[in-house]
Design a protein around this ligand. Structure first.
Ligand code: UGA
Length: 433
């Protein structure tokens, strides 16, 4: 099948690359000339494990191409994926200007039937708006379907190639057949393609992300209560996660959720609710709790240093919002570092992938080549991302390098008992300190 993917951000690149891997002819389109030039020369604009291998193979074998010309990109395409940004506007609602502009252009450029696929996370009713925008100028038949993406950064290729489910919103039998053909190689193990109407598909994506954000937030609140009652959130997690109705995953308490999706999508769903005069109280609570959660460790740090961080050097392990990504959007580390700098502290930091992106935003930080280099002569260590290399450090080295044996751990990487034995003052989330 010939496929066009408009937008070469995270979702677009993964979608285009993975569909070329299943044998389709894919052209990725983007208005950003520099990015397209880079991609044509094999430069990957994002860090995503495993993507480069697929990318190189399919480029080499001629199935994956890049262009800045929408006209050229959609030539002969049976499906046209829209993977465009939907940044939050001032009121929290998703801004559809990029999607609707491309829809308008498509109406003018399409010369044969195509299925236009909304892959971006878009508010309920967007498929209808896209359809109306294309209709204004279209001279050929087309269908607009909603096909939200559920991939996680860091494991995006695996999530795309082996999805738990594929959700497709469409009322058109013709479009349904095209989507079935396209996804057939990815659902061979019996994982379903779930067909529904467009509005339900759009809402499914928001409901999934909001539910997961709520699940994490619930555990964060349990953790906060554990700290007051003397219970241990790790035990609670195991105790409830073994109930199959609850499930083991996404129950890890920590320094709050971040990333480009959960914060934006929870906010956008709250805005949709408000637009329909529905007071979705749970969502508001999730946003409020997460905002506080990101600052959970600061009071402990301040108390430890008698309320004064001037001339203190704080080592930071982890900048990315989670491991296996260089994405620092809404990362708890950033907010904490800003606060540390405001309070007069110096910050030395290390992250295996997140440093280039952070350098641009926070030039006042000293970036180090290794985790241990960040500890050299620092007064304390704060941990914000659970990169595997932070899980079993050489504690002897850590204590020799740090001026004080104290760790503030936002990801519960170590056992409090063990830390006590090693002589560290250890602050984590929802466990004894
Ligand atoms: C999330 C969803 O998991 C994907 O299904 C969805 O497709 C994607 O958003 C999107 O809308 O594009 P992602 O943002 O890549 O994926 O990251 P997650 O792995 O879901 O983690 C989100 C945040 O939750 C991270 O800050 C992570 O540290 C935090 N988290 C996760 C916890 O604090 N505890 C947990 O138990 C799990």
């Amino acid at each position: 099948m010939k496929i066009a993917v408009v937008g070469t951000g995270y979702v677009g690149l993964v979608t285009g690359t993975c569909f070329s891997e299943t044998g389709n002819q894919v052209v990725c389109v983007d208005v950003n000339e520099e990015k397209i030039k880079g991609l044509q020369n094999g430069v990957m604009p994002i860090y995503e494990p495993g993507l480069d291998v697929l990318f190189n193979r399919n480029v080499e074998e001629g199935r994956l191409k890049f262009t800045t010309s929408l006209k050229e990109g959609i030539e002969g395409a049976e499906t046209i994926f829209l993977a465009l940004p939907t940044p939050p506007g001032e009121d929290g609602s998703a801004d559809l200007k990029y999607i609707l502009k491309v829809a308008d252009d498509l109406g003018k450029l399409m010369t044969q039937y195509a299925v236009i696929v909304d892959k971006s996370t878009v508010p309920v009713g967007t498929a209808e708006l896209v359809s109306a925008a294309i209709s204004r100028n279209a001279t050929v038949d087309f269908d607009v379907v909603s096909n939200p993406e559920f991939l996680r950064e860091g494991v995006a290729v695996e999530d795309f190639m082996k999805p738990d489910r594929v959700v497709v919103g469409t009322g058109s039998e013709r479009a349904k057949k095209v989507m079935e053909r396209l996804y057939a190689p990815l659902v061979r193990q019996g994982n379903p393609i779930i067909f529904m109407d467009e509005r339900s598909a759009e809402m499914t994506k928001y409901a999934a992300n909001a539910f997961l954000a709520m699940k994490i937030t619930f555990m964060n609140e349990i953790a906060n209560l554990c700290e007051k009652t003397g219970a241990n959130v790790d035990h609670i997690r195991r105790g409830i996660g073994t109930d199959s109705r609850i499930g083991k995953r996404f129950l890890f308490a920590g320094i709050g959720y971040g990333g480009s999706c959960f914060p934006k999508d929870v906010q956008a769903l709250a805005k949709t609710s408000a637009d329909y005069a529905y007071d979705f109280r749970l969502l508001n609570a999730v946003m409020e709790v997460n905002k506080d959660q990101k600052r959970k460790l600061l009071p402990h740090l301040l108390a430890y240093f008698g309320g004064d961080l001037k001339d203190k050097t704080i080592a930071v392990w982890g900048l990315a919002f989670k491991p296996y990504t260089d994405d620092i959007r809404e990362a708890p580390a950033l907010e904490n570092i800003r606060e540390l700098l405001d309070l007069g502290a110096k910050v030395t930091a290390y992250d295996p992938e997140g440093m280039p992106n952070t350098k641009a935003l926070l030039p006042g930080v000293t970036y180090c080549h290794t985790a241990y280099a960040a500890l050299d002569d620092a007064d304390a260590l704060m941990i914000f991302t659970e990169w595997p290399q932070f899980r079993t450090p050489e504690f002897e080295k850590v204590s020799a390098l740090l001026k004080n044996k104290v760790i503030f751990d936002g990801r519960n990487l170590y056992e409090p008992e063990h830390m006590k034995e090693l002589g560290f003052a250890y602050f984590s989330i929802g466990r004894e300190t």
